[in-house]
Write a protein that binds this ligand. Structure first.
Ligand SMILES: [Zn+2]
Length: 232
């Protein structure tokens, strides 16, 4: 139903990080109820965005718990408020401030990546919770890897025009196919923010399609992986 990561659970006792597998659909309230119950997350406060492939960061405070606004990133420092993002190939990025105990959760497809939504989320956490870069850890969750993300030449060129310092390896040409590496670009953006630690789970949704939904591999499925992050 979902996976957790022992290494985080052992190291940090103030947040929970959960990624759902194909037995459940992130878009189903009923399924999310079962997941929250099993994982010990507070379903009553479950908060997500109306995702629109933007660079909008929504701050969740006491007055906005469980409200839905357009956007693709959420931040909070409230305990017992699980944040939720939906993905199926797009990149879910979790941010955890290990000192000030605040969290951020991001949906970054190519558009959000291009607009540097992770950098904007870090800035919001700095402004709102006084988070320091060195106290932040980022977790890059299951998403389409460089092994499987074929895009147009135009898109590769768009990225290379914007991220001029990014090394050439953010894409590969394989048999005339342009393979974009969203992991590498997001890692580059996170590194340029000087955050403390970046953990890439290195789980490609296409290669691991038995476990995770992939929009491309699952024939444009409407079902989604849920990434849930909650302070406890
Ligand atoms: Zn792959």
């Amino acid at each position: 139903m979902f996976i957790t990561f022992d290494e985080f659970d052992k190291k940090y006792d103030f947040f929970k990080f959960v990624v759902t597998t194909k037995e459940v659909d992130g878009k189903s309230r009923e399924d999310m109820q079962s997941v929250c119950k099993k994982a010990g997350l507070n379903i009553n406060n479950l908060t997500s965005n109306i995702q629109i492939h933007s660079d909008i960061v929504n701050t969740i405070d006491k007055n906005t718990i469980s409200t839905k606004k357009e956007g693709d990133s959420l931040i909070t420092n409230l305990k017992e408020v699980p944040l939720l993002v939906f993905t199926a190939d797009c990149v879910p990025i979790s941010l955890i401030d290990t000192k000030n105990k605040a969290i951020g959760l991001i949906h970054a497809g190519w558009r959000g990546t291009y607009e540097e939504i992770s950098k904007k989320t870090i800035l919001s956490m700095k402004n709102t919770y006084n988070s320091k870069e060195e106290d932040l850890i980022a977790i890059i969750g299951p998403s389409i890897g460089p092994c499987c993300y074929e895009v147009s030449k135009d898109l590769v060129e768009k990225f290379s025009e914007k991220f001029i310092n990014l090394d050439e390896n953010f894409y590969k040409i394989d048999n005339k196919r342009y393979m974009l590496d969203l992991w590498k670009i997001n890692e580059y953006i996170l590194k340029s923010c000087n955050i403390g630690e970046i953990i890439n789970l290195n789980l490609c949704t296409v290669c691991n399609n038995d476990k995770f939904y992939s929009y491309r591999k699952d024939n444009k499925t409407t079902k989604r992986i849920a990434t849930l992050l909650q302070l406890i």
